[in-house]
Design a protein around this ligand. Sequence first.
Ligand code: AGP
Length: 606
Amino acid sequence: MCGITGYIGERSAVPIVVDQLRRLEYRGYDSAGVAALSNGVNVMKTEGKLKILEQLVDGAFPESQVAIAHTRWATHGRPSVPNAHPHGDDSGKIVVCHNGIIENYLELRDWLQEQGHVFKSETDTEVLPHLVEEYFEGDLEAAFRQALSKVRGSYAVALASSHAPDQLMVARQDSPLVIGLGEGEYFIASDIPAVLPYTRDVLVLEDGDLAVIRRDGVTLTNLDGSPVERQTLHVTWDAAAAEKGGYAHFMRKEIYDQPATIRDTIRGRIIDGHVDMPDLGLHEDKVRALNRIYVVACGTAYHAGLVAGQTWERRLRIPVVVDLASEFRYRDPVIDERTLVVLVSQSGETADTLAALRDAKRHGARTLGIVNVVGSTLAREADSALYTQAGPEICVASTKAYISQLTAVYLLGLYLARLRGTLTPEAEAPIVEALQRLPDQVAALLQKEDEVVKIADAFMDCHDFFFLGRGMDYAVAQEGALKLKEISYRHSEALAAGEMKHGTLALVTGDVCAICIATQEHLREKLASNIKEVKARDARVLAIARESDPDIHKYSDWAIRVPDSLDELMPVLAIVPLQLLAYYVARNAGCEIDQPRNLAKSVTVE
Ligand code: AGP
C-alpha cells in the first residue's frame, strides 16, 4: 500500500517528509512525490526510488515549513510521473496524497469532467483535489468534508492548500493514518515508523475521523463535524518493530492483515449483489465460446490455482486444467483462440509464469493475469489483469497474497459463470453473501491462535509432516505443507488422502505428524477413514475441521475448528491455522521466518 507523510511546524518541512518516507520504504513503492507550501504550492514527483526525489527537490523549492509527501504502490494506473502523488486540482492550489481505493472514482471523474475539470492521471486519487476544488467557496475544511462525503471506498488522505497555508488536513476510512504530536510541530504518516524519529506520542486515527492540523494543535472531528476524542498512544517500539506494526515478523503481521485483504480484494467488484468486472474486457460471446481454461502458476500461486480448477470446472462446465508454469511451457498443451489461460502471480515477475504467458499468447489464447503488483510484467503483457489488492507482501512466505488470490479466483469464477449463463442470479446470491462473510470469519479464527501455539509446541519433536486432504482440502494441504517446509525447514509433504494406501502409508509411524484437512462436507466420511488409517499406524493427528463437525475430536489427537462456510470457500478458512502452525513451529525452531534460506520473494530466473 502507499506511504503518506506530512509536516507542519517551524523546521524545514521537505527534508523531514522525505526522511519520513524513507522509513516507509519497506512497504514497497514504484514512484514518489512531495508538495510544499511556500508562495503557493510547489510539487515534485518522480518514478523510481526516493533518492531520485531527494536529488530533484534539493534546492528546487523556496523554504517551506508545511509539506506532504507520498510513495505510491499502484492500485489504479501504472507507475508513472503523472500517476504519482501528490495530485492537484485545476487551480494548482489544492494537493492531496492518498492511500486506499476510491470505488466510485469513475462516476466522480465523469461528473467532474462535465463540470470542466481536467484530469492528468489514470488514478482514482485525482478525483479528490478536484472534488474539494468543486466545493470550495472560501471554507477549505467544509469543502474537504463535502468532497469526502461523495466518496465510496477506502482512504487515508492528506491535504495541503495555499487557500490555508497554515494548516494540513487528514481523514481516514479503512486505511491507516497517524498524527505524531511534537512541540509546536506535527507529523502525519501512514504508519508509526515514519514519526518515531521525531516523537513517540501518536494519535491513531479511526475510521470516519477528520483532523485539521495547525502549529498550535489538532482539531479532531468525524466527517459531519462532531468533535472526536482519541487517546494519545505513547509508542515504546523500536523502529524495526514499528515497521512490522509491533509484530515480531512480517509474516504474522501479514497473516493478521488477511481480513482487510479479503475486503480490499472484494471492494468494488460486487455491485447490487452480483460480481462485476467490466475492466477485464471479457465479452459474453467470447466467454460462452471458450472450450477450455488453463490456470498456470508457481508455488503458492499454483495452490490458489488448484482451487480455481475445482470451483471453475464445476461451475463453468468446461475443462479447467491447472498446471505448474515450469511444466506447462514444455508439454505442448492444446491451445487455440477458444482457450483462456489464467496466470496467477503475486509479483507478476516469476520467470516460469511469464514464459508460460508468452507461450500461451503465441498459440492464440486469451490471457488473464491474477496479479498483485500493478504495472508488473504479467499485468502489462496479459490481455487483462485482475488485481488482488493485497498491498506489498514483505515476507517471502506468501500468506495474504494467497488469500487474496483465492478471493480473486472466487470472484472471477462467479463472473465467468454469469457471462457463460451457467449461474443464475438466485444461485449467485448466497455465494456472494458467504464470500462477504469471510473477513469477519477469518478475524474470528485468528482469535484461536493460542490453540495453534500449543499444538506447535507439541509438534517440535516431529520432523516429518504429512498434510492430507481430499478435493479442495487437498489443495489446501499443498499450501499448508509448503508454508511449513519453507520457513521451518522441516520435511512436509501433501498427499491426496486417498493415495496413502498406494505407498506412502509405509512411511507412517509414531514419529510422523499427520495434518488432516477435513472441511468438505461431501468427503467427510472418506477423510474420517483416512485419519483412522494413519492413527492406526501411531501417527499423531491434527485435524482441521468445521465448527459443525460432530465427531472429529473423537479420532484426532488435536482438532482446530474453523467457521462453517460453503465447501468451495473453506480453503480461505482452513489455511489460516496452517499458516499460524508453520509460523510457530518455525519460531520455536529459531528460524529466520521472513527471509528463509535459499528463497527469494520473486523468482525472476528459471
Ligand atoms: C510461497 O510462499 C513462495 N513465496 C513461492 O512459492 C511463491 O508463491 C512462488 O514463487 C510464486 O511467486 P509469484 O506469486 O510472485 O509468481
